[in-house]
Design a protein around this ligand. Structure first.
Ligand SMILES: C[S@@+](CC[C@H](N)C(=O)[O-])C[C@H]1O[C@@H](n2cnc3c(N)ncnc32)[C@H](O)[C@@H]1O
Length: 216
């Protein structure tokens, strides 16, 4: 066997071991996600493979990660790609309209290779929610406006859409002004989980963790 072939084989064996270790962590009764990039593998493991939404898409960075590893049928990527009054939406993602248009086009190109598995819905969270039946989604991943009132509203809008056994999740499980953005995500998620008596799983990124709640 050539050296190259032997190295390729060893590398593949390592990848296999790594994937098995990730699956073991995710399959535990208290799953551990090192980063949000493991979310699609967890969805596959739980057999959540039909419909999902991402609310707040920007340039489609996380949509692409989801679609690349998730074995699901369709991801709807929801974002108005609209500039808002900075007085009510204090966030580095609140960019001028010309940049919103560029983000929309970038997302369109990135989603194109996924064909009918990816849909782009140019609406706000509140405008889009009525398009989805209650209990119809395997997951909803919230990453739109991060201030407390917006996150409370998004949780209220999307929790009824998630089916039993499905997952409500989101990015930026933190509070306070961080790098020019007003975050109230942690408070909103903690209050909601407490009101439902449900555990929160947080991924382990030190800067911008994600949160996950499994619907009973
Ligand atoms: C932080 S970015 C999303 C990043 C993306 N989830 C990722 O990880 O690649 C937030 C996005 O939320 C969008 N947004 C703002 N208000 C929104 C609303 N009411 N509903 C849905 N999306 C909104 C913004 O246009 C922006 O593109």
């Amino acid at each position: 066997m050539s050296l190259l072939k032997a190295l390729t084989k060893a590398y593949q064996a390592l990848l296999q071991l790594r994937e098995e270790a990730i699956i073991r962590r995710l399959a535990s009764p208290t799953p551990v996600l090192r980063t949000r990039d493991e979310f699609p593998l967890w969805l596959n493991l739980l057999n959540l493979r039909s419909q999902g939404v991402e609310i707040g898409v920007q340039r489609g960075t996380f949509s692409t990660i989801l679609l690349s590893s998730w074995a699901g049928q369709k991801l709807t990527c929801i974002d108005p790609w609209r500039s808002f009054d900075p007085a009510s939406y204090h966030d580095t993602a609140n960019v001028e309209q010309s940049r919103q248009e560029a983000n929309f086009q970038t997302t369109r190109s990135r989603l194109a290779p996924f064909g009918t598995r990816a849909a782009q819905l140019r609406k706000t969270s509140a405008e889009a929610a009525p398009d989805f039946a209650d209990l119809s989604l395997d997951f909803a991943y919230i990453d739109a406006q991060h201030h407390y009132a917006a996150v409370v509203e998004d949780i209220t809008l999307w929790w009824p859409k998630v089916r039993p056994g499905g997952i409500l999740a989101g990015h930026d499980y933190l509070d306070g002004i961080v790098s020019g953005t007003d975050f109230g995500v942690k408070r909103a998620v903690d209050e909601f989980a407490h009101s439902q008596n449900l555990p929160i799983i947080a991924s382990l990124e030190l800067d911008y963790p994600s949160w996950f709640i499994v619907k009973p």
